[in-house]
Design a protein around this ligand. Structure first.
Ligand code: COI
Length: 441
């Protein structure tokens, strides 16, 4: 026990030492001993998990007192959730946690949790953030949150790159459950922060009697209470047909692909309360894969006749919304993949595509470029909003990320491949909002 704690403390020191220059060894040890004690205290607490319904009910009738309560919940909850994942990072083998990209994620999380020697401009970090008692203090807290949300934009590409490169050193099950915990927890922290920011913005708009877009839709924070999957599908199809994220050919393949049409059938009028950003992410990824596979196969078969359509079927159950996306893209047979579950793995042992040079290059590019991004949350609406949130092409994490989003409030995502013909993906999302966030937050 003592040895493990010492090893972990030592690891914390080494990772941070690689990105900061603390002067003497003893200075460093004292600082890191104290820091790790604080981390242990937070990591020992349980997260206070919420349901979608609680988020809606609490946010529905907002006033100053409730908004301040929400701010203090976020203020005290985020450091606990981030501490759990810092502990996870510390427990990685030395060779993994010192990988450049993984170490950057550690540094980002550490400096969000604790006042960082680097973050001189930010007087408070999450653990030390003082209680919020007024609307003005809440405004300052929201700006602080916006800053962290922005700083953490490169986390997913960094993690994905770091873990791909380290996957020879980790057992596939360990790697996959580590990644799942990191991603679920990140989604949960961003949901809490973005929801609180959106609640603040709508209270301000309400006070200034600005007719807000949220009010027009009856939305609560980031939750769209009347979300129509059909509209999400149409929005994503438009982006894939025409936007900057349209079906682009692979790096080694310069010819344009003809994107297939998407037919929507079933209960097209279904509406439910959900986080639109999550639904759009999943639908975009599923349609992108379906359309790209269909177009590529059509071309490889000579490209004569019409491109087969992709079918999106919406089915409203009493407790859930189901969506099936069917394509005729030939199924998932590839030299890399032997079973559909491998498609969801982050380990190169299960999915050798993780080590493809093009993919690693795309991840390097994205993690470097997102450092400079300064988009603020909720700044844009409609298609541009969807576009901003989706994973750039070629990172190879869209499918596992979509499953993580689907499961976050208790849904599921399954894939069935009819090899030689096509793929069906089944998405199920709970409608009542009564499931707690995933355990891994
Ligand atoms: C993340 O995006 O990884 C976060 O942890 C953000 C949160 C602290 C607001």
């Amino acid at each position: 026990m003592f040895c493990r704690a010492r090893t972990i403390r030592y690891r914390h020191a080494l990772v941070l030492q690689s990105s900061r220059n603390l002067s003497t060894q003893s200075q460093m040890n004292a600082v890191h001993f104290y820091q790790n004690r604080q981390l242990e205290l937070y990591a020992a607490r349980n997260a206070n998990r919420l349901t979608l319904r609680q988020l809606v009910f609490f946010g529905r009738s907002m006033n100053e007192e409730r908004l301040i309560k929400s701010a203090n919940y976020v203020r005290t909850e985020l450091p606990v959730r981030i501490a759990h994942r810092l502990r996870d990072l510390q427990a990685l083998p030395y060779v993994v946690v010192t990988n450049e990209s993984v170490a950057k994620v550690y540094e980002l999380y550490w400096s969000a949790f604790e006042k960082s020697t680097l973050a001189l401009k930010a007087p408070h970090r999450l653990r030390r953030y003082p209680a919020i008692t007024t609307l003005a203090e809440n405004e300052a807290f929201c700006s602080f949150l916006r800053g962290i949300l922005n700083e953490h934009l490169p986390v997913i590409p960094l993690l994905s790159l770091g873990l791909s490169l380290s996957s020879p050193h980790l057992a596939p099950d360990y790697l996959d459950s580590f990644m799942r915990r990191m991603l679920v927890s990140r989604i949960s922290r961003r949901v809490l922060a973005e929801h609180h920011i959106a609640l603040t913005e709508s209270l301000v708009e309400q006070r200034h009697r600005i007719k807000s877009r949220n009010k027009a839709h009856g939305d609560v924070g980031i939750i769209y209470t009347d979300l129509r999957p059909k509209e999400s599908i149409e929005r994503c199809v438009r982006l894939l047909h025409a936007g900057p994220n349209r079906l682009v050919p692979g790096l080694s393949d310069q010819a344009e692909l003809t994107p297939p049409e998407v037919i929507i059938d079933g209960d097209a009028d279904t509406r439910f309360a959900y986080i639109r950003e999550h639904l759009d992410y999943i639908i975009f990824e599923l349609l992108k894969n379906a359309m790209k596979a269909t177009a590529t196969r059509h071309r490889s078969q000579g490209g004569t006749g019409a491109v087969p359509v992709v079918r999106a079927t919406i089915v409203a159950g009493p407790n859930e919304v189901n969506l099936r996306i069917s394509d005729q893209g030939g199924g998932i047979l590839s030299p890399y993949i032997t079973s559909t579950s491998d498609l969801f793995s982050f380990s190169h042992v299960r999915n050798a595509a993780r080590m493809e040079v093009d993919r690693l290059g795309a991840l390097r590019l994205v993690s470097a470029s997102q450092h400079g991004l300064s988009a603020t949350v909720g700044e844009q609406v409609g298609e541009r909003d969807t576009e901003k949130k989706i994973a750039p092409m070629g990172m190879g994490i869209g499918l596992p990320m979509s499953r993580i989003f689907a499961r976050y409030f208790g849904g599921s995502l399954e894939l069935v491949s009819l090899d030689g013909w096509g793929t069906d993906v089944y998405l199920r999302l709970p409608k009542l909002g009564t499931n707690l966030e995933g355990l891994e937050v």
